[in-house]
Design a protein. Structure first.
Length: 263
């Protein structure tokens, strides 16, 4: 068979063939690299798999295929296979990061909900204040999934940070709404007051803060760009949800929220 054929790139069929291959490699310019694939006592060996991409999904597919092969073809007694390498480490790290951040996010969500209930001294107000936050987070992460953006470390960290950013406007809106109804005695009469100074303050704050993070898009590092667009989007979406969705819900639930005159 001519030298250099694709069929020759495999482990030789005989021990003599393996020995000849090792001797040939030892005569190469860098024979020390041979010990990257096995120890001198031959008790440990390395099988080096080179993937065509660094995508974690490709690595997960390789892991699943090998586990299936090993299950169907058990190794001799005493032989143990273990994974290592940068791509494999990334898979493990990603799994721990995603699991840890989901747990952290749900825990933070529960803590914020309890704080809102204590702040307003009302379960109804507490649940209502979380709705703009829930819509904002669901919308943003839904868009991230649709556009194929990786769930990397900046996105994972900002997922918890978004809780505090998105709930501020709801607190301001509901507190001022309760004050306005207490002053006027009726939600319909309080609407012009709520959509006066409080609504202007919320909208201006959302615009200013959102625009303030946009210069990060010009940063040379991609994580900075992610932080800029992510926080700006959170702030703007939370502001819109507070001024559009929350008033509608307050109108529907006003009998539970306010003690209006004549009700």
């Amino acid at each position: 068979m001519p030298q250099g054929e694709h069929a020759q790139y495999r482990i030789p069929d005989t021990a003599d063939g393996v020995g000849q291959t090792v001797i040939t490699y030892q005569n190469s310019p860098r024979p020390q690299r041979l010990w990257h694939f096995g120890t001198p006592d031959s008790r440990e060996a390395t099988l080096w798999l080179q993937l065509t991409s660094g995508d974690n999904r490709d690595m997960e597919s390789v892991i699943a295929s090998l586990e299936e092969f090993v299950a169907a073809n058990p190794a001799p007694q005493g032989v143990v296979a273990e994974w290592f390498g940068l791509t494999y480490i990334n898979v493990i790290w990603q799994d721990k990061m995603v699991t840890g951040m989901i747990t952290s996010f749900l825990g933070s969500f529960a803590v914020v909900l309890v704080m809102m209930v204590v702040l307003f001294r009302s379960v109804t107000y507490g649940v209502l204040s979380m709705i703009p936050l829930t819509i904002t987070v669901g919308l943003i992460y839904g868009v991230i999934g649709l556009i194929g953006k990786d769930y990397d470390m900046p996105v994972a960290i900002l997922s918890a940070l978004s809780l505090g950013l998105a709930v501020d406007y709801a607190i301001h809106f509901l507190a001022r709404s309760r004050e306005a109804v207490a002053r006027t005695g009726d939600w319909q009469a309080a609407v012009p007051l709520v959509f006066g100074e409080p609504a202007r303050a919320i909208s201006r704050n959302a615009i200013v803060l959102g625009a303030g993070f946009l210069p990060l898009l010009a940063a040379p590092l991609v994580p900075y760009q992610t932080v800029g667009i992510f926080i700006a989007t959170i702030i703007l979406c939370a502001g819109v949800a507070t001024l559009v969705i929350l008033p509608a819900l307050v109108t529907l639930c006003r009998s539970l929220l306010f003690k209006e005159k004549g009700v």
